[in-house]
Design a protein. Structure first.
Length: 121
């Protein structure tokens, strides 16, 4: 009699396990079928103009070089007077080597405008 009871218990568990797996699989298939996202595309479907007012740019441009040169100027300006002396400009080899050439007003210091013109040339 115990063998009959074990077999019935085993059969009941097997049926319940099969039902759970089947229902779980059906639920997963239904969930996948309900997604409304389009199939993936590689690259834009249409050529669109960049969004205006976006804080991201499509590549390096004059604004990114101005930001970089302003940061370099601020790091080199040790006494924070808004001018680079020859000694301060020497911290930046590309500028220090051309200091006299970049000092267009010949006052012995580089203003931020003189520095940016030299950094962008």
């Amino acid at each position: 009699m115990k063998a009959q009871q074990r077999r019935t218990l085993f059969d009941t568990r097997s049926v319940m396990l099969f039902a759970a797996i089947s229902l779980g699989g059906a639920g997963a298939l239904q969930a996948q079928g309900q997604t409304s996202s389009p199939s993936p595309q590689f690259g834009p479907s249409e050529k669109t103009a960049p969004q205006t007012g976006s804080k991201f740019s499509s590549g390096p441009g004059p604004s990114s070089s101005n930001v970089a040169s302003a940061a370099a100027f601020d790091r080199a300006d040790a006494n924070k007077d808004g001018q680079l002396s020859a000694k301060e400009a020497a911290k930046l080899p590309a500028i220090g080597q051309r200091f006299k050439e970049l000092d267009t007003d010949q006052n012995g210091t580089l203003s931020r405008d003189e520095f940016e013109k030299g950094a962008n040339s």
